[in-house]
Write a protein that binds this ligand. Sequence first.
Ligand code: GDP
Ligand code: IMO
Ligand code: MG
Length: 424
Amino acid sequence: MTVKVVVGTQYGDEGKGRIVDFLAKDADMAVRFQGGDNAGHTVINDFGQFALHMIPSGIFNPQTVNVIGTGCVVNPLALKAEMEMLEASGIDIGNLYISNRAQMLMPYHLELDRLEEAQRDTGQKIGTTQRGIGPAYEDKTSRSGLRMGDLLHSVWLEERLENLAPRISQRLTSLGGVAPDLGECFAVCEEARGFLADRIVDTVPLMRAALAQNQTILVEGQLGIMRDLDYGVYPFVTSSHPSAPYAAVGAGVPLQAITHIIGITKAYATSVGSGPFPTELDDETGATLRNVGGEYGATTGRPRRCGWLDVVTLRYAAFLNGVTEFAMTKLDVLDEFKTIKVCVGYRCPDGRVERDSMPDTPLMEQIEPIYVELPGWRESTVQCRTWSDLPPTAQEFVHFVEQQTQVDITYIGVGPARDQLVVR
Ligand code: GDP
Ligand code: IMO
Ligand code: MG
């Protein structure tokens, strides 16, 4: 039995999609465990280049069953667009399923996300992806959500939606919006039922059977630990848990079935959205990282904030996720740097040095990163495929991060394509 959980160990966009796509060649199943179409997972393989939002990155492997798990929020129309996009590229999506327990995101969640963000003062804005994710999870926890399985029970769904309407109206109008168009909601549900009904499943028997048959299961996270609802830079976080402990809940596998927890990190750091980001470089070096790394959001197109690698974050992520190994992507982006910095500690305003935990968010804004400067290798790594192909100075950089985090780095990305990976 092999259950590999793939999670982001920074602020999202670490390259989870490309690693899941690579690992899926040996997987019977790939399950997304949380988030919604706020995700943008880029995959570049023989079929082309894709930005996946909801659909697991195992979809390009015909033998892999792909499941949008219980922990997710699903915008059915966005999912439809994504399914059509893949089909137009000749990808077989016959193996795609959706948990009947996943939450269904409605048009009013998008409107609530927009209105709530507009109402926040400058400095308090979260910089959400405006995909309705926060309001949809809010409805889930207040037990006012609709689930994907409700599509299969039209009378129940209609009754629930009518019952929820006053609550939704109240929230929308209190924010200066208008009452929800129930007709539009019913139309969305009708359309969704038409193209999704056959794909909505109870994932519990599915996962149970997969485990009983000793199958290999990949569990794909969205975003990263620093935007986790509990352990991220609250309130500048997402409304779910991108950390590995939630993978069990969101995918519906027992905790002890998990055999590998692969933490994905870039060789530097990026963040989209607001909030503290200690190693941010608001200078020419940051701009170089953005240009060379192509650091623009896969979902929103927003320029990503860029900075040096922060091993305080990685130690924090390694502990909370129980990371068994790291995959480091985008090593090639550092190819031309003369020197490379790595943040190994935070100097707090009271002089204390934090090395493996995160100060409270207000303090995070005030900490001063402590850097170690390492030499660059100044040669291209994009053709490297084995550890020994890498320049010795690049190997030293990887060793440094391993030594700092006490976690092995087993995959090293040297380009965005499926095969541009050093597997150790
Ligand atoms: P995800 O959300 O974690 O799946 O990551 P994104 O797809 O949002 O962002 C990662 C970006 O880096 C994408 O544009 C990938 O194509 C690209 N990428 C991933 N790994 C590598 C790598 O090793 N080298 C380079 N140059 N680009 C990479
Ligand atoms: P992947 O899976 C990077 C960020 C937003 C914002 C915060 C909350 O591609 O790594 P939300 O819309 O979730 O309410 O926004 O989280 N964010 C992401 N940043 N990559 C993502 O996904 C993100 N999904 C959300 O920018 O700061
Ligand atoms: Mg992304």
